[in-house]
Design a protein around this ligand. Structure first.
Ligand code: PLP
Length: 393
């Protein structure tokens, strides 16, 4: 199940610093600052990490190097160390900034995208936002196709971030007019243009092999026992699993977390049985009906899968807010619920890392609305003493 040499081949640590474009240490300070005066302003010996120095390459080099936050209450309750990677602190506000950066950079490295090029993607979510930031910062044009069922707010946000947006009829993937196929054809019609194809372009997974995984390993100093997160494109779960399995020589246990309406849980726990996609979830950006090219190379490395109901995810949205001070979207809270379930499965004393994908800002009108919760039959999932946070109609 776990072939070490094959795994090592997928990791290219030499290119890490080059791809991240970190600033190197500044060696001299301007003459008009006296060193002792500066020192006296920092009597507590504040430490600045390498990642906190100047992001020399602009916005793209400020992506990643997010904090790893200990969820104190949940850690005390489970007897495990539960750590959340604060991906909401990326410049575009989500874990998808990493994929956006690598998808664009990979196309540039391969000569497929030259200066002033056009990037085209089919997405209604965080990847579009990440790509918009990355494209503006690098001088590329961004074109987004999305189903016309998405909120006007999402269209407006992408447009104000500089993207050209085409809401198209929401038809099944098999239909050639599906937004993904339209995005592909749009890129094919232009010179110096790429379709980033986040689901099956493995530059997405590589972002997590080269950045998220190594960051987690360095931040925990290798003292990590397990990792879990959900799968959308699967870039995050696949890349982190690949890296953590390799660096720990198979020791770190990796579990994919899965919402209702997705086939990944059944596929992994049945040893590869493909099922019909049934049901749906309130979580956005995660859940999948197929094994993407990003997941294929790493799916056999997984130790198991955790099914997380919408009730558990919603409960965790309110608990993270109240107990940890963390204002998180539903996919992050599904991940935290999965970390809690994993803590129960593995027992006390384990260090478990998960991903805090994005904040609740884009979802607040639903997650904290009584009417919306009622429409999803989820009011009862919010613990009684936390109903005070249901502040919207
Ligand atoms: C909010 C949110 N959480 C989780 C994910 C899943 O990440 P990945 O695509 O790496 O599987 C996404 C992907 O778009 C997302 O938008």
């Amino acid at each position: 199940m776990f072939a070490r040499t094959a795994i090592r081949a997928a990791i290219r640590p030499a290119s890490l610093t080059q791809r991240l474009g970190y600033a190197t240490a500044a060696t001299s300070s301007p003459a008009h600052f006296s060193a002792s005066a500066v020192d006296s302003m920092n009597p507590h010996g504040l430490e600045i990490s390498r990642a906190q120095r100047i992001a020399e390459d602009g916005l793209v080099s400020a992506i990643g190097n997010t904090p790893l936050i200990r969820l104190k209450t949940l850690s005390e309750q489970t007897g495990c160390n539960i750590l959340g990677k604060a991906e909401f602190q990326n410049p575009g506000g989500s874990v998808k900034d990493r994929a956006a950066k690598f998808l664009v950079q990979d196309a540039e490295d391969k000569g497929l995208l030259k200066p002033n090029g056009t990037v085209v993607e089919g997405t209604a979510g965080n990847t579009g936002i990440g790509l918009a930031h990355v494209c503006r910062s690098k001088g590329h044009k961004l074109v987004i196709y999305m189903p016309n069922t998405q909120s006007q707010g999402k269209v407006d946000l992408l447009r104000l971030l500089g993207a050209e947006v085409y809401p198209v009829p929401a038809v099944a993937f098999e239909n050639p007019e599906n937004y993904n196929h339209q995005a592909k054809r749009h890129a094919e019609r232009l010179d110096n243009a790429i379709w980033t194809n986040q689901f099956d372009n493995i530059a997405n997974r590589q972002a997590h092999i080269e950045t998220t995984g190594p960051e987690i390993w360095a931040q925990t100093e290798g003292k990590i026992d397990a990792f879990t997160c959900a799968s959308g494109t699967a870039g995050t779960i696949a890349g982190c699993t690949r890296y953590l399995k390799t660096v720990s020589e198979g020791r770190v246990k990796c579990y994919v977390a899965d919402p209702p309406g997705s086939i990944i849980y059944t596929y992994v726990s049945s040893g590869g049985q493909m099922t019909e996609r049934k049901g749906s979830s309130i979580t956005e950006g995660i859940g999948q009906g197929r094994i993407t090219d990003n997941l294929k190379p790493d799916i056999d490395l997984l130790d198991g899968a955790l099914h997380i109901s919408d009730e558990k995810s919603i409960e965790m949205v309110y608990r993270c807010l109240d107990e940890e001070g963390l204002y998180l979207g539903a996919s992050s809270c599904l991940n935290v619920a999965a970390a809690r379930d994993l803590a129960e499965k593995l027992g006390p004393g384990n260090t478990i890392v998960t991903i805090l994908c994005d904040g609740a800002y884009r979802y607040a009108d639903r997650l904290f609305s009584r009417k919306w919760l009622e429409s999803k039959n989820l009011v009862g999932a919010v613990p009684e003493h936390l109903h005070k946070y249901i502040v919207l109609e």
